[in-house]
Every structure is written in structure tokens, then in C-alpha cells.
Design a protein around this ligand. Structure first.
Ligand code: PEP
Length: 254
């Protein structure tokens, strides 16, 4: 079954109003494959979500970079899933390694967040990935399986989940995983879904790669059989994001 190529742009904690408008106008002018070939979702900081949603071309969508683990209330500084739904924001990124590492979000907490966001009707880009130390000690598959299991224990419908494999050592470092390294982990994750969830979910879930993807390396990653797209950080702020989106064409003809 065909899995539609997915390209997400994680703008992280970057941008002024003027810079955001400039990025959006570059995206709006970009010549990219049609929506039946590639799904494009960009994720500005919370404060720019309404602006980006209003200015962005209709075939691209927006994601928040996080949301609170349950219903809103006395949680200073947090943004609830209900608020995102109220604003018409369809997607949210959860479990990004920067939040896991800097803000100590555990596998269980991320699993709860994913379950709550889905229950409110949001679609989720759920991130997993190993540190350099874990890779070097040979525990990569174990680590990403445990992160995925903590989500699986709380989620029964995977239709609105995109899983982003993002090795921590490749994020923002310029040290991209080789196509073989990415394919190996994506293959193992799909195998995990086959064994632990169902053959259907294994065949249909989109597993995207993130970590120093750019306009020059995206095509060779895109052709890997279990790579269904990308989550892009730094390069999503630059015009080369359009080239990354275009790698969906390479996938289509692979
Ligand atoms: C990310 O933060 O999700 C990411 C993949 O960043 P970068 O592309 O900059 O490595």
C-alpha cells in the first residue's frame, strides 16, 4: 500500500514576524509536487501559528511544536490540545529529542501526550531516536522500540500518527545518518509494528527521517524503501526546503 511522502519543517524557537513572513512567501512561491504526491507540514513557534496558518498556501499545513499532556487549566506557560484544535491547527510534534533531553520528557509522558492529542482530534508527528552513546553501545533498536512502545501502550489508532526517527547525534549537527543507517532503523521500526501492533499498521504507518536533512542529501535518503519522508529542522528555514519537498518525486519514480 502506498504511503504518501511526508515532509515536515520544524522551525524550533526561531524567527521574527518579518522573518516568518519571508519564509512563508518563499514556500508559497515554491514549485513542488502536488498534494497527492507529498504532504507538507510546517511547524512555527506557537506565537506565529495563526499568522502562518493565515498566510500559508492551502496545500501546506501547520503543526504546533508541543502541547500539554491533558486538558488545559492551571498550567502556566502551557498550550493545550484543545486550544490548537480551536485555532484550526491540525498537527502537533510531540516527543522531540530537544524536549526529551532538555526538559526531561520521559517515554511515558510523551506517550500520554500523544494519546491525549489524538483523543482531541490532532494528528501527531511523534519523535523517537537514540543518542550517540546509545548507538555506540549497540542499543539503537532497543531504545527506539521502547520509545515507540510507550506510545503504543496508550494509543490504539495509528491512522493519525507519523513516526519521526531522529537520531539525536544527527540533529542540528550536520552529521546526517547514511541512507543505510536510516533504512536499517526504519526497517526495524516497521518490523516492530508488524510484530507488536499489526501487519496493517506496519504497512501503512509513515516513518520519516530527521537529522541534518538538506537539499543535497534528501534524494538518496528518500529512495530508501522504508523512508516515507522527513522532519527537517535547520534547512526548513531556508529556500532549500523546497528541494527537500521535491525529493518526493524521486520516491515516486523509485
Ligand atoms: C529536528 O529538529 O527535528 C531536526 C531534524 O533538525 P535538523 O534538521 O536541524 O538536524
Amino acid at each position: 500500500m502506498a504511503r504518501k511522502f511526508f515532509v515536515g519543517g520544524n522551525w524550533k524557537c526561531n524567527g521574527t514576524t518579518e522573518e516568518v513572513k519571508k519564509i512563508v512567501s518563499t514556500l508559497n512561491e515554491g514549485q513542488v509536487p502536488p498534494p497527492d504526491v507529498v504532504e507538507v507540514v510546517v511547524s512555527p513557534p506557537f506565537v506565529f501559528l495563526p499568522l502562518v496558518k493565515n498566510l500559508l498556501r492551502p496545500d501546506f499545513h501547520v503543526a504546533a511544536q508541543n502541547c500539554w499532556v491533558k486538558k488545559g487549566g492551571a498550567f502556566t506557560g502551557e498550550v493545550s490540545a484543545e486550544m490548537l484544535v480551536n485555532l484550526g491547527i491540525p498537527w502537533v510534534i510531540l516527543g522531540h529529542s530537544e524536549r526529551r533531553q532538555i526538559l526531561n520528557e520521559t517515554n511515558e509522558f510523551v506517550g500520554e501526550k500523544v494519546a491525549y492529542a489524538l483523543s482531541k482530534g490532532l494528528k501527531v508527528i511523534a519523535c523517537v531516536g537514540e543518542t550517540l552513546e546509545q548507538r555506540e553501545s549497540g542499543t539503537t533498536v532497543e531504545v527506539v522500540a521502547a520509545q515507540t512502545k510507550a506510545i503504543a501502550e496508550r494509543v490504539s489508532n495509528w491512522a493519525d500518527v507519523v513516526l519521526a526517527y531522529e537520531p539525536v547525534w544527527a540533529i542540528g549537527t550536520g552529521k546526517v545518518a547514511t541512507p543505510a543507517q536510516a533504512q536499517e532503523v526504519h526497517f526495524e521500526l516497521r518490523k516492530w509494528f508488524h510484530a507488536n501492533i499489526s501487519p496493517e499498521v506496519a504497512a501503512t504507518i509513515r516513518i520519516i527521517y530527521g537529522g541534518s536533512v538538506n537539499g543535497a542529501n534528501s534524494k538518496e535518503l528518500a529512495v530508501q524503501p522504508d523512508v516515507d519522508g522527513f522532519l527537517v529542522g535547520g534547512a526548513s528555514l531556508k529556500p532549500e526546503f523546497i528541494d527537500i519537498i521535491k525529493s518526493a518525486e524521486v520516491k515516486k519514480s523509485a
